[in-house]
Design a protein around this ligand. Structure first.
Ligand code: TRP
Ligand code: MN
Length: 468
C-alpha cells in the first residue's frame, strides 16, 4: 500500500512536467470538419466496432514512440537519415508471413546500403502494420461502365466491382486491428530474433545476386561489411555481445485517416500522463486532410507520437509555418516530419521557399522526400504507373534544394514491395509499358519492386555522399 502511493506521487510529478495540449481530448476532433471519412451506413454497427477496438490492447507502446521521437530528433539535427517505406495500401488478401518477410528484407537491404554508404544512422520506419485506408479524390469511381462508391482501403470496403463490396463495413476496422497486431508480432520476431542480424547481410540478397547489376553491387558491399566484422573480431572486439549488430528497430507508421479508429487506439501513458495514438509509432496526415482548421490536425496535435504531414506544390510558406506552430509549438526536434511530394519538375522551385521559411523561423523539422505520389501517370493500357527516372529525378531536385538552402535532406518516403512486381517503369531491368500487365498486383498505387528499391538506395546514397 505504501509503495503504491509512493508510485502514485511519482507519476503525478512526472505528469506535471509534461506540457499537455490545451483544450484537447482524444474526441475533440469530432467537432471539426473531417475530410475523407467513409459514409458508414449503420451508425450502431460502427459504434460497436469502435468500442470493441477501444477495449483491445494497444498495438505499440508510448516508450517506443518516444524512442522514435528521439531518433527523429537526430534526423532533424542532420545527424541521421530516415527511410520510410512500405506498401501504398496493405491488403487483407495478401497477408502471409512471406509477404511481410520480403517487404522487411527489402527495407533492411535499403537501410544497410544507406548506412554503409552514407556513414550515418538510418532510422527505419515501415508503411506497415496499419496502412489500410486510402483518401480518394472522388466519392465514386467508374469501373467499366458502372459508377461505384470509391475503394477506400481494406479497412473500409472491398475493391470488387459491385455495390455490396463497396459498402463501408465497420467490422473491417476490427479486422485491420487484428492484421496489424499479427504483422507487428512477426516484425518484432524478425527484427529481434536473428533475421536482421548483420551476419545475414549476404543471405538477404540470395535471389538476385547472379542476375543483376544492383545485386552484384550489393554483394560487393556485403562482402566489405563481412570483412569489417571479421576485422573487428580479429582486433579482439567481441562482436557476439553487441546487440546493435544483431538486432534492428523497425518502427511502424500509416496515414491517420479514419479518425474513429485512431481515437479508439489512443491511450494515456501511465508514466507521463501524455496521450499516444497506439495504432502505430508514427502517424501522418495526407495532402487531402491537412486543413489547419480540420479534424485531422486537431486530432494529431494532441498525441505524443512523432507525426508527419505531406506537403505538395500548392502549400505556401505561411501555411507551412502555421502547420509547424499548430503541430509542434514547443519546437521539439523529431516531433514533426514534413514529407515533400512536389513532382520531379517542380520540386526545386517549390521547395526552396518552404525550406527557407522553416529554417529562418527556427522550427526543427525533419524534411523527407516522397518521390512517388506526384509522379504518377496513366500508361497507354490505362494502368497507373510511375517511372523510376522521375522518382530519382525528384530526389535529385530535393537534395539540391537542401544544398542550396543549407538544410539537411533528411530522408525518403517510398512505396515498395518485396515481390518482383511490374508496376513502376524503368530501373536496371527497364520495365516497359508492355511489361506492366505481367505482374501488376497493387491494390492502390504502383510500387517499386525489390530490385528497383535497392538500385534506388545505392543512387540516393551516392547522391547524398557526393554532394555533401
Ligand atoms: N542495429 C544497427 C542499425 O539498425 C545495425 C544493423 C543490424 C542493421 N542489422 C541491420 C542496419 C540491418 C541495417 C539493416 O543500424
Ligand atoms: Mn500511395
Amino acid at each position: 500500500m505504501a509503495a503504491e502511493s509512493a508510485q502514485t506521487v511519482c507519476v503525478r510529478s512526472l505528469k506535471d512536467e509534461v506540457d499537455m495540449p490545451k483544450n484537447w481530448t482524444k474526441s475533440t476532433w469530432q467537432s471539426f470538419p473531417a475530410a475523407q471519412q467513409p459514409d458508414w451506413p449503420d451508425a450502431g454497427a460502427l459504434d460497436r466496432a469502435l468500442k470493441q477496438i477501444e477495449s483491445y490492447p494497444p498495438l505499440v507502446f508510448a516508450g517506443e514512440a518516444r524512442t522514435l521521437l528521439a531518433s527523429l530528433g537526430q534526423v532533424a539535427n542532420g545527424n541521421a537519415f530516415l527511410l520510410q517505406a512500405g506498401d501504398c495500401a496493405e491488403s487483407f488478401e495478401e497477408f502471409t508471413a512471406v509477404n511481410i518477410r520480403e517487404k522487411l528484407r527489402v527495407i533492411l537491404q535499403m537501410a544497410v546500403v544507406l548506412t554503409y554508404s552514407m556513414g550515418v544512422p538510418v532510422v527505419k520506419v515501415g508503411r506497415i502494420a496499419g496502412q489500410f485506408a486510402k483518401p480518394r479524390s472522388s466519392a465514386t469511381e467508374k469501373v467499366g461502365s458502372r459508377e461505384l462508391p470509391s475503394f477506400r482501403g481494406h479497412m473500409v470496403n472491398d475493391p470488387a466491382a459491385h455495390e455490396d463490396a463497396r459498402t463501408p463495413d465497420p467490422q473491417r476496422l476490427v479486422q485491420a486491428y487484428h492484421q496489424s497486431a499479427s504483422t507487428l508480432n512477426l516484425l518484432r520476431a524478425f527484427t529481434k530474433g536473428g533475421f536482421a542480424d548483420l551476419s545475414r547481410v549476404h543471405a538477404w540478397n540470395q535471389e538476385f545476386v547472379s542476375t543483376s547489376a544492383e545485386g552484384q553491387r550489393y554483394e560487393q558491399m556485403a562482402a566489405e561489411i563481412e570483412r569489417a566484422l571479421a576485422f573487428m573480431r580479429a582486433c579482439g572486439v567481441d562482436t557476439e555481445s553487441h546487440s546493435a549488430l544483431h538486432e534492428v528497430d523497425v518502427f511502424t507508421s500509416h496515414e491517420a485517416l479514419i479518425l474513429g479508429y485512431e481515437e479508439a487506439l489512443t491511450r494515456q501513458d501511465s508514466l507521463t500522463g501524455q496521450w499516444y495514438d497506439c495504432s502505430a509509432h508514427m502517424l501522418w496526415i495526407g495532402e487531402r486532410t491537412r486543413q489547419l482548421d480540420g479534424a485531422h490536425i486537431e486530432f494529431l496535435r494532441g498525441v505524443g507520437n512523432p507525426i508527419g504531414v505531406k506537403i505538395g506544390p500548392s502549400a505556401t510558406a505561411d501555411y507551412v509555418l502555421s502547420l509547424c506552430e499548430a503541430l509542434n509549438p514547443k519546437r521539439v526536434p523529431g516531433r514533426l516530419t514534413l514529407i515533400s511530394r512536389m513532382g520531379a519538375d517542380k520540386v526545386e522551385a517549390s521547395l526552396r521557399p518552404l525550406l527557407r521559411a522553416v529554417r529562418d523561423a527556427g522550427h526543427p523539422v525533419v524534411w523527407i522526400c516522397d518521390p512517388m505520389h506526384a509522379n504518377t501517370f496513366a500508361a497507354t493500357n490505362g494502368r497507373k504507373t510511375r517511372h523510376f527516372d522521375d522518382i530519382l529525378r525528384e530526389i535529385v531536385g530535393f537534395v539540391s534544394a537542401h544544398r542550396a538552402e543549407n538544410t539537411w535532406p533528411g530522408g525518403i518516403h517510398i512505396e515498395l514491395t518485396g515481390e518482383n512486381v511490374t508496376e513502376c517503369l524503368g530501373g536496371v531491368e527497364a520495365v516497359s509499358q508492355d511489361d506492366l500487365d505481367v505482374r501488376y498486383e497493387t491494390v492502390c498505387d504502383p510500387r517499386l519492386n525489390a530490385r528497383q528499391s535497392i538500385d534506388l538506395a545505392f543512387q540516393v546514397a551516392d547522391l547524398i555522399r557526393t554532394t555533401k
